[in-house]
Design a protein around this ligand. Sequence first.
Ligand SMILES: *Cc1c(COP(=O)(O)O)cnc(C)c1O
Length: 407
Amino acid sequence: MSRTAEYIREVDQWSAHNYGPLPVVLERGEGVWVWDVDGRKYLDMLAAYSAVNQGHRHPRIIEALERQAGRLTLTSRAFHNDRMGPFLRRLCEATGFDRALPMNTGAEAVETALKAARKWGYEVKGVPADQAEIIVCENNFHGRTTTIVGFSSEHQYRQGFGPFAPGFITIPYGDTDALERAIGPDTVGFLVEPIQGEGGIVVPPDGYMKTVQEICRANRVLVLNDEIQTGLGRTGKMFCGDWDGERGDILIVGKALGGGVFPVSGILANDDVMDVFHPGDHGSTFGGNPLGAAVGEASLAVIVDEGLPDRSLELGTWLQDRLRDIESPHVAEVRGRGLMIGVEIKKESGPARPFCNALMERGILCNDTHHQVIRIAPPLVISRDELEVALDVITEVVGVGSPVGAA
Ligand SMILES: *Cc1c(COP(=O)(O)O)cnc(C)c1O
């Protein structure tokens, strides 16, 4: 039996079956490349759902991790540590907000944003107790807590996990008229992804976030901009909202903030919102820990110093054009911004998963999202030459004469 098969058998026996990964077992990574336990090499075109924008084991981030691991790793927020301040300062300077509240995972940061918006609604806007409403979009993905899955429109994410928290209203994505109609006197926030990632790389109409911000500003509603996946360079701008010149009232960050090394997330807001939090209102044992802060600071520095947003824009535009040029009986559409790209497979060609398997067998790791979409989102440190390698394989797998698909 191959080592791959042995590992998969072990994990099948001992792990909860809450994931269905591709049958590849990775043991090493460097930059855009990963290696499996049988010595095969792959180009990572998923980058851990954009948590590895800086590439695997970026030397500067690993150095920060090692240096901090040799000094102090966790204090809890019962005490100060000497790394959180410099990290949050850098984060605020990079994003343009007054204050940051550090957490660990994306879902926790979304929960933090929901709590901030509700408390702002009661204390600043004057909404009656327990009446606050938050508007969300169909086809959203914001994480997996019970509150968050409660307003998911994905049947499987909710099925069996109710009862759910009230206070959420769902509207179609990309539809600013629907937003305007849904806002009532008790609306405190609109939670939105500037491109829906898990929903299938759904790009809203041009100017969407700008109009969203205008409508919300006029109605005293906070924009909760979930840039956990789209932020930190992925879409060819520092934040995807920058395409429309808006970063929201609460900016939610995660994933690449930890450089693929350590979970680091948080929310950013100005004083009028962040001042609703007082000691004891909210917290996390690991939030703001020195190890995460050191990693977060280095991860942010790499994105800025290496100009990764510009690189994503240039290479992403190039790759999208090349992908659209592929003569294919299977591809319905290529869409995205920067290096956040979805290749939608036609229904009659079957689901995207077999195409991802074929790519894997040829050394390219992608995953499928929303059944029909191949997600292409490599580390932003990738080179044009490396993308050419991927493009050749993708052309072979989705193009004329493809070994996969019903056609
Ligand atoms: C991944 C993701 C989350 C959840 O982050 P976790 O770290 O998995 O909890 C939330 N929102 C968006 C847009 C995401 O892509």
